[in-house]
Write a protein that binds this ligand. Structure first.
Ligand code: PLP
Length: 391
């Protein structure tokens, strides 16, 4: 028996470290080291490398280097933005109230719940059935005094792109700070702080070919956020702690690659995604493609095959060597019904069938073909199981 071909189509969960990034990182795992806060030559070497990476990241995001705060990833960046902005507002005597969209990643939603737990208030702004922010509800929220509005750039389950420039303009006119979680957008669509007028922007390294455990919050004006950690005063006191220089160097290199290759990659990914969806409709005529007619990031396809449960199909695909994920949020291994699909009013049985296929830098037409080859069989077995369980 030949070895099973392995196909990874879960790049929205994490994507492999790019070889160019590994090469930039390598000296920092061996001979080169230093605490970037030390005054001696080892420290200065680390500072120079971290500053260079910071410049590369800032350039890729249309920001200034002194607007970059490195974090341990997207989750920490989102928490610093949402809770940090709410705490800063409270300290200034401004309203301790934030508004977030209903389809945010848990990192934003749970951070907003923390604001509520600390005695503040959270307004959840609904989305339409296309997954786009309900802008009338945004205007209602902006009529209340707010510390922050947080609306993600690209959704991690269905890929929907929000009109962040327009939302930023509305927030600005209302005098409210605007944060966007661009973890899924960065590297796949153009992301620029300068061009969109955002105040706060989160990104994560492991979605663009850097290792897990490094990310950043871009902060237009530092007075907008209060720190959540307290310590040695590094990073303007907003994120104290010894800087993760290896991670920062890797993120800088990955950001350079994203800036250089992003536009061409977006075209390739969109072509592969369209091919996938077109063939899916032929093979499984009753398939429902979520947010099909909405503006979407090119790397995510989300769909449901009626009469199946996503975890059964995923297991079948895994046995056949194909890795993708459920449309529902999967945190620490437990699959709950997706709050994103619920907010888009996708009926529960379809939401339970949702699959997310996400493409990456090295995805090829052969990978998509592998999925399409094994999916109909997986669906047949999943339907048979569902029927047997009902009998
Ligand atoms: N925000 C979005 C949209 C994401 O997709 C993710 C990760 O899946 C995160 C935040 C969390 O990022 P990290 O895994 O770096 O903490």
């Amino acid at each position: 028996m030949g070895a099973t071909r392995l196909t990874y189509l879960d790049h929205a969960a994490t994507t492999p470290v790019r070889p160019e990034v590994a090469e930039a990182l390598r000296p920092w795992l061996g001979p080169t080291f230093g605490n970037a806060s030390s005054a001696h030559r080892f420290g200065r070497t680390a500072r120079v490398a971290a500053d260079e990476a910071k410049r590369a990241l800032a350039a890729a995001l249309g920001a200034e280097p002194n607007q970059v705060i490195f974090t341990s990833g997207g989750t920490e960046a989102d928490n610093l933005a949402v809770v940090g902005a709410a705490l800063a507002a409270r300290e200034r005597g401004d309203p301790f109230r934030v508004a977030v969209s209903a389809i945010e990643h848990k990192a934003v939603l749970e951070a907003a719940h923390w604001v509520t737990a600390l005695g503040g208030e959270t307004i959840v702004i609904p989305v339409t059935s296309s997954g786009l922010l309900d802008e009338a509800a945004l205007d209602d929220a902006l009529r209340r005094d707010l510390a922050l509005v947080s609306v993600m750039w690209a959704n991690n389950e269905v890929g929907v792109l929000q009109p962040v420039g327009r939302i930023a303009a509305r927030c600005r006119a209302a005098g409210v700070a605007f944060h966007s979680d661009a973890v899924q957008a960065f590297g796949r669509v153009p992301v620029s702080l300068r061009e969109t007028g955002l105040d706060l922007l989160s990104i994560s390294g492991h979605k663009i070919g850097a290792p897990q455990g490094i990310g950043a919050l871009i902060v237009r004006e530092r007075r907008l956020v209060a720190p959540l950690q307290h310590g040695g005063g590094q990073q303007y006191g907003l994120r104290p702690g010894t800087e993760n220089v290896p991670g920062i160097v890797a993120l800088g290199r990955a950001a350079e690659l994203a800036a250089a290759e992003g536009p061409a990659l977006a075209v390739t990914l969109a072509r592969l995604r369209d091919l996938l969806e077109c063939r899916l409709r032929e093979l499984l005529p009753d398939v429902v493609i979520h947010a099909e007619y909405s503006p979407r990031a090119p790397h995510i396809a989300s769909f449901s095959v009626p009469g199946t449960e996503s975890d059964v199909v995923l297991m079948q695909l895994d046995l056949a060597g194909v890795a993708c994920s459920a449309g529902s949020a999967c945190s620490s291994g437990t699959t709950e019904p997706s709050h994103v699909l619920a907010a888009m009013e996708v009926p529960e049985p379809l939401a339970r069938a949702a699959l997310r296929v996400s493409l990456g830098h090295d995805t090829t037409a052969a990978d998509v073909a592998h999925l399409l080859e094994v999916l109909p069989g997986a669906v047949t077995r999943a339907r048979a199981l569902a029927a047997a369980l009902q009998a």
